[in-house]
Ligand binder design. Structure first.
Ligand code: BJW
Length: 235
């Protein structure tokens, strides 16, 4: 089943990827919604931990949860899917992931739609600071305005980073193949990029451990682990 998709990708002039948590799952990063693999949202309430309201209610709880995730990420490594993608500098990457595993594998063109765990930003002003994953900071105040600092990620109800979003929309509208990897494609507006690419005439290739909403919009769906399928697809 992989050969037709491989041919489409080989012939592409402007291939891009759109990825989610499943890309990093084999590196040991938990996904969000997988019951079988204890996705994050199956254990904790996203409205308490990944929303401005949750942060206002209990900032210590939120900062502590992100500190655990950051320390865990510090000890992880890119998997064969990240390496295969990074080995293709002609492919641009749009990711919902807040990890840096694509970059650690050597990928240079990566747009992060949901921010990054590698920096904090002020909850009140535009101040940003890089942080250490291995030694994440405790709850603290912004040195500029005094509001609390929080992880530089996008929570529910928050806008996506303007530059990354507009570059992603442009890339999706201009690509001729979009490889969708490891996402249930349920979170918007990010998931809408699949429609942007498809409506512009791009072929959609989905690599996912299960059938998902993206499969309905795909020309080729490959069900299985990204760490095995992506290297074979790009070989
Ligand atoms: C494997 C595998 C392996 C496993 N190999 N595969 C319509 C339009 C616009 C917005 C909305 C809308 N409807 C609703 C909304 C609001 C909301 C939303 O989309 N909600 C839905 C849940 C319904 N969206 C928002 O709030 C967004 N902001 C927004 O809309 O702003 C506009 C606005 C602003 C102000 C006022 C009014 C409007 C923001 C969304 C932010 C999402 N944030 C999170 C958390 C990031 C921080 C953190 O990490 O803590 O981002 S939530 C979480 O979901 C995270 C992810 O990036 C995102 C997507 O998850 P993903 O990657 O798809 O993971 P999973 O677990 O769902 O799927 C993994 C898949 O991989 C599974 O299928 C597995 O089977 C597979 N897999 N192992 C291959 N080895």
């Amino acid at each position: 089943m992989i050969e037709p998709a491989r041919r489409v990708i080989r012939a592409a002039e402007r291939p891009i990827t759109f990825s989610g948590a499943g890309l990093s799952a084999e590196s040991g990063v938990p996904t969000f919604r997988d019951a079988a693999t204890a996705g994050l949202w199956t254990k904790v309430d996203p409205t308490r931990l990944a929303s401005p309201e949750g942060f206002a209610d209990d900032p210590e709880l939120v900062i502590g949860w992100y500190a655990q995730r950051r320390r865990r990420l510090a000890g992880l490594a890119p998997n064969p899917a990240h390496h295969a993608l990074a080995a293709r500098p002609d492919i641009a990457h749009i990711t919902q992931n807040v990890d840096d595993l694509l970059e650690r594998a050597g990928a240079e063109r990566v747009l992060h739609l949901h921010g990054t765990l590698l920096e904090d930003r002020c909850h009140g002003c535009s101040h940003r600071e890089p942080i250490s994953l291995a030694d994440p900071p405790p709850l603290r105040s912004c040195p500029r305005c005094g509001a609390p600092m929080r992880p530089g990620v996008v929570w529910f109800g928050e806008s996506l980073p303007t530059t990354a979003w507009s570059q992603a929309e442009t890339a999706a509208a201009a690509c001729d193949v979009m490889i969708v990897i490891g996402t249930r494609a349920e979170v918007y507006p990010a998931a809408g990029l699949i429609d942007v690419a498809r409506d512009a005439g791009a072929a959609i290739v989905v690599v996912n451990a299960e059938a998902c909403r993206a499969s309905d919009r795909a020309d080729h769906t490959l069900i299985g682990p990204a760490g095995t399928i992506v290297p074979a697809l790009l070989a």
